[in-house]
Design a protein around this ligand. Sequence first.
Ligand code: ACO
Length: 145
Amino acid sequence: MRIVQLGEGDEIPYELLFSADPSKAMINRYLEKGTCFMAVEATKVIGTFILLKSSENTAEIMNIAVSADFQNQGIGKRLIEHAKLQAKQWGCRHIEIGTGNSSIGQLALYQKCGFRITGVDHDFFIRNYDEPIIENGIACRDMIR
Ligand code: ACO
């Protein structure tokens, strides 16, 4: 598997990006501001993330996804390690990620990758999404930062 930056003319991996965020408007906003990377196996895109340099010292992983057939094989962790390296190359000393209060597996993964909880953006998903999001039987309302 190799991790490459989305080039001009490359097909945007929307299907994967939608698995991390149901809003095309939000995804397009992230793509405009950030840099999209893809995990490629042979010629197939099996993972992706969008990294944004949000300030002088900080980068944020805006969206990360691995194809269902390839999940739980360590690819998500490898993508996060790649994001950390890229952020360092950009001169960032901090890296951030945010996910829903209902995203139990994602919260586990990010903490296994060393992220610490710094705050909660209350009602982020109520303010920014038209449709209710339910995961693991839990209403997704708050963004855990
Ligand atoms: N409890 C404890 N640990 C868990 C749980 C859980 N419920 N669910 C997952 N994990 C752990 C696994 O045990 C594993 O850790 P381990 O290696 O120590 O065993 C780890 O999380 C999964 O690691 P990977 O295999 O590297 O992750 P994967 O390749 O499956 O990718 C991802 C993870 C990207 C979240 C994938 O599941 C996915 O694409 N999901 C759908 C899209 C999505 O929700 N994206 C994130 C949205 S938030 C955002 O983008 C900022």
